[in-house]
Design a binder for this molecule. Structure first.
Ligand code: MV4
Length: 453
């Protein structure tokens, strides 16, 4: 086992990793930017090192500074959290060449799955269903037209290096396809340094269903059920839940087995998430494999009683995953609401500033993962997520009641947050019936999503 780990991240996830380490008896090293001097991850780690200026490029993305901090403090491993360097194959390689264990997927899987087109083809060849599409990169507009006429409109144009919805466009006819193809190419070049584009049939009434997987270094892989993340705005998830109201035991088993088969086919190791689209006829399609721990991992922890961060660390240290698929038994339902410093009544404008009054919810069945405290100043430099409220209930309706009660207890003054939107969602009839698709929030706001503009 490791005796000391460096956490290459900030905010709530840095704290979450510190908590797991403390419970495992592992010493921790925090790194922080000049803007994060007063952060809780700095206070609660055993050691802390400033790695640069506020801008992420100069600190949390600064590989030489992070590796230097790791060398100075003599850690055996680095946990990257999510975002920042968590899916950076180069960083994972640098760690390895410095004899520091990167707590995450292998550099090989990160390379193989970094590009969505290759990920799609790899999973198709492993027998997973994928949306009908080009099966190859589409090099010019004539080829795009040929593919679109074959699979029929509407189609979705996707940048192969895009992710989380970036670089996507919908086209309903030849004229729009040609213009969207050209702009998508230019955008992909500017954003990702690659013009690589592929085309898929557009699934209009879809749900985002993702499966959590855990794999050790000895080929043992299990899944920990699904998370339904259909409630998103501009590809930012807002509310996640498990189980999904759209899955029954049979479909859960089928998609779960496909997720495990896909992960096995690439010798995946560590924690990962297989992302699927589920259409309104119960067909599912592989979309992406996220090679990191995700923001919404606590809902899975709540219903399966398994600490995913501890398992990431144990697996990286070479322990065997001693949980079989039959040992994975779900208990009840869980919901997570992301509380962001954004004003839902003003186009989700970021709302940084000092927290003058803070009351976090508590009581039975409520977990709050957050780095904020009363007097904390929210920095404009990083993402706007302030807290995650995670609740547990014996079933979905109890979880909803607990979440409403928890949101009633939440006070973050004078910051405008997404809490007010969550209160509306929890009263919405479609949500209460479990009939949410990825256009749910756009319908509430009567505005079209970025991809459809
Ligand atoms: C799609 C799709 C419809 N058809 N692919 C969005 C994120 C990325 N992982 C995949 N995404 C989508 N891919 C096809 N062929 C619709 C989406 C999508 C979406 C998915 C989940 C949640 C919200 C969404 C909003 C817009 C588009």
């Amino acid at each position: 086992m490791f005796s000391k780990i460096l956490i290459a991240n900030r905010g709530e996830i840095a704290l979450r990793v510190i908590r797991a380490c403390k419970e495992l008896g592992i010493k921790t090293v925090a790194v922080y930017s000049e803007a994060d001097r007063d952060s809780l991850h700095v206070r609660f780690a055993d050691e802390a090192i400033c790695i640069g200026q506020a801008a992420s490029a100069n600190s949390y993305l600064n590989i030489p500074a992070i590796i230097s901090a790791a060398e100075i403090t003599d850690v055996e491993a680095i946990h990257p959290g999510y975002g920042f360097l968590s899916e950076n194959a180069h960083f994972a390689e640098v760690c390895e060449s410095c004899q520091i264990t990167f707590i995450g997927a292998s550099p090989e899987s990160m390379k193989l799955l970094g590009d969505k087109m290759t990920a799609r083809e790899t999973m198709r060849k492993a027998g997973l269903p994928v949306v009908s599409g080009s099966n190859n990169l589409v090099k010019d507009k004539d080829e795009a037209l040929k593919v679109a006429r074959k699979i029929r409109y509407p189609v979705m144009i996707k940048a192969s290096l895009g992710g989380g919805g970036r670089g996507m466009r919908i086209a309903h006819n030849d004229v729009r396809l040609v213009s969207s193809f050209m702009t998508a190419q230019a955008e992909a070049e500017a954003a990702f340094g690659s013009q690589d584009i592929y085309i898929e049939k557009y699934i209009s009434k879809a749900r985002h269903i993702e499966f959590q997987i855990l794999a050790d270094n000895y080929g043992h892989i299990i899944h920990l059920g699904e998370r339904d993340c259909s409630i998103q705005r501009r590809h930012q998830k807002l509310l996640e839940e498990t189980p999904s109201p759209a899955l029954d035991a049979r479909l859960r088993k089928k998609i779960g087995e496909a997720a495990v088969r896909g992960a096995k086919s690439i010798n995946y190791r560590g924690a990962g998430t297989m992302e699927f689209l589920l259409d309104d006829e119960g067909s599912f399609y592989f979309m992406e494999l996220n090679k990191r721990i995700q923001v919404e991992h606590p809902v899975t922890e709540a219903v399966y009683g398994i600490d995913l961060i501890k398992w990431q660390i144990l697996i990286a240290a070479g322990e065997r995953l001693d949980i079989g698929q039959d040992d994975v038994v779900r208990n009840g339902a869980s919901i997570e609401c992301r509380i962001n410093a954004e004003d839902p009544d003003n186009n989700f404008m970021p709302n940084p500033g000092k927290i003058e009054v803070l009351n976090l919810p508590g009581g039975p069945a409520v977990r709050v993962d957050t780095h904020i405290y009363q007097g904390y100043t929210i920095s404009p430099y990083y993402d706007s997520m302030l807290a995650k409220i995670i609740v547990h209930g014996k079933d979905r309706s109890e979880a909803i009641r607990v979440m409403k009660r928890a949101l009633d207890e939440l006070i973050i003054e004078p910051i405008k947050t997404t809490a007010s939107l969550h209160r509306k969602i929890l009263e919405n009839n479609l949500f209460l019936e479990g009939k949410v698709f990825t256009n749910f929030l756009d319908n509430i706001y009567q505005a079209k999503s970025e991809a459809e503009e």
